[in-house]
Design a protein around this ligand. Structure first.
Ligand SMILES: N[C@@H](CCC(=O)N[C@@H](CS)C(=O)NCC(=O)O)C(=O)O
Length: 80
């Protein structure tokens, strides 16, 4: 079964833009975008589950992964 992938981000964040560019460039599909500046519940979930208020953060089946380069590496392998 496909994994649930949720990317917590906000558009002005350059590290988020790096991840979004990679998603766009590779055409990776099925990643739900959660803008924490527009979605207060997502903002709270990020801190409650992830433990820190930092974006980008990719939730993989509910488990948070921080760091833009780690996220891109993981997605590259997942979508290979
Ligand atoms: N090394 C991290 C840096 C991430 C980072 O510094 N994100 C900033 C936004 S650009 C952040 O979340 N700052 C805390 C905040 O906005 O509350 C990465 O590459 O993902």
């Amino acid at each position: 079964m496909a994994k649930q992938l949720d990317l917590y981000y906000y558009p002005e964040c350059p590290y988020c833009q790096r991840v979004l560019r990679a998603i766009d460039a590779h055409g990776w599909k099925g990643i739900t975008l959660k803008d924490i500046h527009k979605d207060a519940e997502a903002d709270a979930t990020l801190v409650r589950v992830g433990g820190k208020h930092q974006v980008p953060c990719l939730f993989i089946d509910g488990d948070p992964m921080y760091e833009s380069l780690d996220i891109i590496d993981w997605l590259t392998k997942e979508f290979a």
